[in-house]
Design a protein around this ligand. Structure first.
Ligand code: HEM
Length: 396
């Protein structure tokens, strides 16, 4: 079998329509201006079409891009996706060169860029602490959702800014405790560090800002407030930056779920399938590996572009619809909004609990118009502005 090396033209097309737009939107923190443009152009649609072209022309083995200095292979076969994730972190390491460059800006000790024994210990800690049972998720969400509901009733619409304010209060209370509720500075500092991380290799690390952020964080952790994740035993300090960072994605997914009238945990999962917040899952091989009869060298960077697998119209009859029922049974192995295998998102259940509690709490009092199928392939959450109608149930 010949090697699936894309032509120069297809390599250029893949960079121009799949990889660069993903980078431009901001991998670590989304950029509002680019998101708006991307929605206008429906750039994820163009990216999905490029992926279909690669699969039809070169597949099913991973398609190698012609770049000097780095071996890059893009997966096009769904069963290859489940293999890549199942065989992580060995021989397919989560801690790729690119991820390390980006994440060291704000979470140098995070599990995602750790390796070996240290990784195992940090992974265990994340799995143990990030349980919805460890915090009164429903009560915290109800509190903040009631306030948001009053605000929405007075203005008549739900905007991203209003939603995000309530969401970050929820997140700070869940992670650090009630005392952190109003500490916008903390999450603003993190946002600035993440903006630098968007530039990965290029941006100098801001040590002062990172130290200020970490100091403030450690103050909350030292208090270990009851009813927050901070009360859990273990060395949390190096892990919490990732948690705060990743809760941003959870807010985006929840807001989009509202826009399609989704409910329950399946509704949150569907929102994350339709508009994956981790659009590229990356792995780096620690030894040569064989794919459909072809050997790929050690240190190959494997790319899973999830919007393609989640919304491939050639394979999925429900590609562009809200289809919560798919989450009840066995499903396509490449639908992986929370990744899969040993590197699966350890925050998944907490996200589902928090997001679905927010959907429930808001839908008790408010109704919003729904986006209908075919759902757009790019949805700019910053631009969502939803007209709200009271359902007649009073806020307590
Ligand atoms: C909608 C919300 C979220 C989505 C879609 C999501 C998705 C993902 C994905 C796809 C990965 C794998 C990344 C990779 O392989 O490079 C991941 C890893 C991870 N996520 Fe999430 N995540 C979300 C929210 C959260 C939250 C709120 C937390 C913590 C409170 C969290 C904690 C983690 C951690 C610690 C890892 C690293 C796991 C490891 O290295 O083994 N995530 N997540």
């Amino acid at each position: 079998m010949g090697m699936a090396i894309s032509s120069r033209l297809d390599t250029a097309r893949t960079f121009a329509t799949v990889l660069l737009p993903t980078l431009a939107k901001g991998v670590i923190v989304r950029r509002p201006g680019v998101m708006a443009l991307s929605e206008k152009l429906q750039s994820d649609g163009t990216a999905i079409d490029t992926m279909r072209h690669l699969r039809d022309r070169y597949g099913p083995e991973p398609v190698r891009l012609r770049v000097t200095g780095r071996s890059i292979a893009i997966l096009v076969d769904p069963t290859d996706v489940s293999r890549l994730l199942a065989e992580s972190p060995e021989p397919f390491a989560l801690a790729t060169k690119e991820k390390k460059a980006a994440l060291k800006h704000f979470q140098p000790h995070g599990v995602l860029i750790s390796e070996g024994m240290i990784r195992e210990k940090r992974r265990e800690l994340n799995e143990r602490v990030l349980r919805p049972e460890n915090v009164p998720v429903d009560a915290i969400v109800r509190d903040e959702a009631d306030l948001l509901t009053r605000h929405v009733m007075s203005t008549g619409e739900l905007t991203w800014d209003a939603f995000a304010q309530a969401w970050w209060r929820v997140v700070r209370r869940i992670v650090l405790g009630d005392r952190a509720r109003d500490d916008d500075q903390l999450t603003d500092d993190l946002k600035e560090l993440r903006e630098n991380a968007n530039w990965a290799f290029l941006h100098p690390r801001q040590r002062d800002l990172r130290e200020r952020f970490q100091r403030r964080l450690d103050e909350y952790l030292d208090r270990a407030e009851e009813g927050s994740l901070a009360a859990q035993p273990g060395d949390l300090s190096g892990q919490v930056p990732h948690w705060l960072f990743a809760f941003d994605a959870a807010g985006i997914v929840t807001m989009r779920a509202l826009a399609i009238g989704a409910r329950g945990t399946n509704g949150i999962l569907e929102s994350a399938r339709l508009w994956p917040t981790t659009p590229v899952i990356l792995r780096e091989s620690t030894k040569p590996t064989r794919w459909h009869g072809t050997w790929l060298p050690k240190n190959t960077e494997f790319v899973v572009f999830t919007p393609f697998f989640h919304r491939d119209p050639d394979r999925l009859p429900y590609a562009d619809e809200y289809a919560p029922e798919i989450w009840d049974g066995p499903r396509d192995p490449a639908i992986v909004p929370f990744s899969g295998g040993p590197g699966v998102c350890p925050g998944r259940d907490l996200v589902l609990a928090t997001g679905s509690a927010m959907l429930d709490a808001l839908s008790d009092h408010l109704a919003f118009p729904k986006l209908s199928a075919p759902l757009p392939r790019t949805l700019n959450h910053f631009g969502l502005r939803m007209h709200a109608t009271p359902t007649g149930t009073r806020v307590s």
